[in-house]
Design a protein around this ligand. Structure first.
Ligand code: GLU
Length: 352
């Protein structure tokens, strides 16, 4: 009996020692889900890249990241706001419209006050492809054609409408507009069931590899002109952009190396309701492992830690700013302005 008691106590002592010397381990797991886009886009692998890096420290942070394929930016903003998702990849233009409740947007007159910026990611181009048989060479040739402008819930749908309007084309009257998911559009183009489709996405993307690799000859179409120039001028979130066609899509029939268009940025957002330590952990892991992260997709080649703070219009999540301060990337002044250290530029404000 005495002996049994002795061994029992010894085992207990050993167990206590073991716990005391182990690294701090979070007792309960926090599950966070990242909303992305269609599986042939760049958001889906982006969610995967972030989750992969964060999940390596699962024990330390007690955070388990999962990724969900969704309808895209508009869906993601709404799901983050309703609490169905903790994080989402969202176009910079949709972020701007959501936080401002911009006229003509999904959130017109209803600013999404709890939307918080974490960082921005790769550039995205408003990309238009058409079958060679359709004869479409520039956006102006889309009149009378059957065109996929994007599914409801996607970010690209509004870009397509903006681009068409800027080119003087009414999407409801002047063409047959389809609202199909980007993952299905390449198949329909190959089958001759649509003449062209728009997709706002980083490059390379699986969708355009698929669209340009089949029997039907396909070309990337210029999205340029006076109207487009005026659109870029008018909207703070649009900038000129180009698609590196030759380097990424050898199956396309274009002769030129690049095709001009305009674009936005992919950004990573969350809600004010998401705890500071969760936003901090994700930001820290992505930035501390920046080189490894950059290697996870060719669309990240242009990323720098500094430009990942650009293109954001919602207030920064305090957890993200805590990391940026610690890493010496920003200062925060007494009014809550987030100032980038490298060039003293104001990047935004800190949210509550
Ligand atoms: N930009 C698209 C959207 O917001 C998604 C692109 C992607 O999945 O890479 O819906």
């Amino acid at each position: 009996m005495r002996k049994a008691l002795f061994f029992g106590l010894a085992a207990l002592f050993a167990a206590v020692l073991c716990i005391a010397s182990a690294p701090v381990i979070e007792a309960k797991t926090t599950f966070v889900t990242i909303g992305t886009g269609g599986i042939t886009g760049v958001y889906y692998p982006t969610g995967g890249a972030i989750a992969k890096i964060v999940n390596k420290k699962k024990k330390e942070y007690g955070i388990r990241c999962t990724v969900e394929s969704t309808a895209g930016s508009v869906f993601n903003v709404n799901a983050v706001m309703s609490g169905d998702l903790e994080f989402g990849v969202v176009q910079s233009d949709r972020q701007y419209q959501a936080i401002n409740g911009s006229k003509g947007a999904e959130w017109a007159g209803k600013p999404q006050k709890d939307l918080r910026a974490v960082f921005s990611i790769h550039p995205e181009s408003v990309t238009l492809v058409a079958s060679v048989d359709s004869g479409v060479k520039t956006i102006n040739d889309l009149k009378g054609k059957r065109v996929n402008i994007g599914n409801p819930g996607s970010g690209q749908r509004q870009n397509s409408i903006d681009a068409l309007e800027a080119a003087g084309i009414n999407y409801e009257k002047d063409l047959t507009a389809e609202g199909i998911k980007a993952s299905e559009a390449p198949g329909l183009l190959q089958d001759g069931r649509i003449d062209a489709f728009f997709y706002t996405v980083g490059h390379p993307s699986g969708a355009f590899k698929e669209a340009t690799a089949g029997k039907t000859k396909v070309c990337f179409v210029l999205v340029v002109g006076k109207g487009i120039d005026q659109l870029i001028e008018k909207k703070p979130y649009y900038a000129k952009s180009f698609i590196p066609v030759k380097a990424n899509y050898p199956g396309a029939v274009n002769d030129e190396e690049t095709v001009d268009t305009f674009g936005v940025k992919a950004t990573f957002v969350t809600s004010a309701k998401v705890p500071e330590k969760v936003a901090y952990a994700i930001t820290k892991e992505v930035f501390d492992n920046f080189d490894a992260f950059k290697k996870l997709h060719p669309a990240y080649a242009v990323l720098t830690k500094e430009n990942m703070l650009e293109g954001l219009s919602a207030p920064f999540h305090p957890g993200a700013v805590k990391y940026y301060k610690e890493a010496g990337l920003v200062d925060v002044d007494k009014d809550g302005n987030v100032i980038r250290k490298s060039d003293a530029k104001k990047m935004g404000t800190v949210g509550k």
